[in-house]
Design a protein around this ligand. Sequence first.
Ligand SMILES: [Fe+2]
Length: 307
Amino acid sequence: MSDTRLCPQRLGYVHLKVKDLDESLAFWTRAVPLEISARQGSKVYLRGGMQHHWMVLEQSPEPGLGRIALEVENRAELDAFEAHLKVLGIKAQAGDGLDTDRVDRYLRFNDPSGNPLELYCDMVAMPNPPQARTVQLLDIQHVVLAAGDTRAATAFYRDVVGMRESDWVERDVCFLHMKNGWHHGIGVGSFGGAASGLNHICFQPPGLDDVMRARANVRKLGYTITMDLLRHAPSTSVGFYFAGPDTVAEMSFGARHFTEDAPPKPRLLARGLDTIDVWQQGLVDNEQSVIDELRKMAERQQATGGA
Ligand SMILES: [Fe+2]
């Protein structure tokens, strides 16, 4: 192993249980846009790069988050994680999912809020890139998860999963990064009172042109933009959010990037509209207006599927 610190490399894929597969596919293949790599029973695998999938959609009478899967470097690290979880008394299911899930070895367990997680080491690789699309995507970059207790969730992702804190917003939300160094691979926080579940998934286009093409496409398709173009203060990324039938998706580029030998000192940022969007500086003139705006924003994300 090139680095003995236990920590996933990157967000690998998101498995969503969906109530209407056709409706979900229309969103995830056109508005995001991903490409179908395989169908397997009630599951459809979607990719945006050379990996077999970035998402799995599974028709289910109980829609919701199936799991968040994080890629680790190799089998040795996965085995070390298995031993680490055992020492900590965390129950995990280990298995071989090459035929059933297109990942070789996996470990599955829950975070303290009940969000299902997976660590895996090898996913089937595709022989060719996806067909050229108008909107290019570099990677599936991060998810934000609802947590009943943000401090406990942060401690879990730091001490159990091995991620590093990047920034906090008050003690409401914490962003943590993995070895690939993007400002956050996972964010945890309390959103509209939800104790668990998926708040949104972010995809990373290479730059502003692709973000703007994605936005024009989403507008043309008629999906709801829940937060329009903004620049986040914690990550410095520029992007927008839009709602599909299963959750909210985000397209953003320009996030801060950390290296292994220079991890950041996590900041404790103030809650505020200009923390969510630095371009809002000076546009809201009193604290109550800020609180009202933040509440409306959370309700809008929640109402349009971001739970
Ligand atoms: Fe995000």
